[in-house]
Design a protein around this ligand. Sequence first.
Ligand code: ADP
Ligand code: MG
Length: 483
Amino acid sequence: VEDNVFEPFTKSFYVEPEEIKAMTEAEVSELRLGLDNVIIKGQDCPRPIIKWSHLGLTTDVMNLITDEFKFLSPTPIQAQAIPAIMSGRDVIGISKTGSGKTVSFFLPLLRQIKALQPLSRDETGPLGLILAPTRELAIQIHEEACKFTKETPTIRSICCTGGSELKQQINDLKRGVEIVVATPGRFIDLLTLNAGKLVNTKRVTFVVMDEADRLFDLGFEPQITEIMKTVRPDKQCVLFSATFPTKLKSFASRILHKPISITINSKSLINENIQQQVQIFDSDQGKFEALMQLLDSQIKYDHEIEEDRDEKTIVFVSSQQICDLIYNCLLDQNYTTFAIHAGKPYNERASNLEKFKSTRNGVLLCTEVLSRGLNVPEVSLVIIYNAVKTFAQYVHTTGRTARGDKHGVAATLLLNDELAAAYILNKSFRDKELDSLSTESRNLLKKMAEKFESGMKIGKYRLTKGFGGKGLEHMEKLNDEKQ
Ligand code: ADP
Ligand code: MG
């Protein structure tokens, strides 16, 4: 196919809203972590959106989404994939079943089609082509599509699969259709009918491969390649799948043009060798007592049983004052404790760190800010005494335990008004860690997290004071290397 025989068309419809533009890189990184840890690859990926109104959709589509379907907010794949696709990019979207992938590609498809020159009388279409692996899936997508187009007579959609009436399909196609949802085999059959006079891909500018892993498993690769050859080279093409095996990767790289790949929740943010714990308090007093208990069981308990046991602990606090205060309390209780914070001269910090390293079952008190540059040794228990404010902070502090293939515990002592931390923990805890909490704590954590989340949507709360993309990328790299 030659480029110059095709009418130009518009792929790019997304204008980044001011609210998103105003975010710092660190905030964007926090936002992605909060969206079930969105991982993006590829050049110039737009930032995710937070709410539907950020997409600049037409009123009728907005009404459908919010009033009729009652989709409160975009799911993580929608929040990242829709602005990327509506910026005109080829996109690979990997996210588990039930996470809202259909809307992720259908809204941008709809937007593009509405801007295209309508089909002329002698054109049958389609303009948008959605390929699905099975009849059942094609029907599902078609039904979802119809919910969006039922009030829009200018956008007709049809489902073409083997096993359904070919005659009926041909009749529908003759009248012209804007969107075809099809299995690859049946679509090729239709293309060859009447030497392409019935259906052809001349006007197709948007192609979706949905459930791509299954398309591939069912052996549709040759058919898809065949179909793609007939579509104009500058088409927009997106691929969605629940999994992304290696063979699919090379297929995708052949079919898509400079794609952005978007993966949701590829792995837990927190190293799986770290066991996360939380206790929630309504006063500092209760929190301090819990700290003493944690240290007691870590240090004193079987200290005498195992002579060469070395179980070190780091306690992260938020300020020099708290650091000094707790240090003195622990000293009174005869703990071997070392403290480092920015208020101490460099030499003292360095020597305290050395002493901590060489002291068995030692306790290090440390401000989180200072700890970033330090080469702290392996510890088996991290206690977060003052709640973290960002995902990046949480990843960083918990990452001080369970290095290599060792195991460790990260315990947060939380006050019941520390909502941001509750939100972060609630998202980071695995099911089994949530299950191990008392019903009361679990419900309280959830309630605090929900309060924060709804506050974020109206701009009342936000996650800030992270150390941004760089620090976290580094952590991820370390995690990757380990795995
Ligand atoms: P997937 O393709 O990822 O398996 P679907 O696109 O089939 O998921 O969506 C699963 C269900 O979630 C559908 O019933 C859909 O209507 C619903 N859904 C989609 N987006 C949202 C949203 N933003 N909020 C709530 N429900 C949604
Ligand atoms: Mg789906």
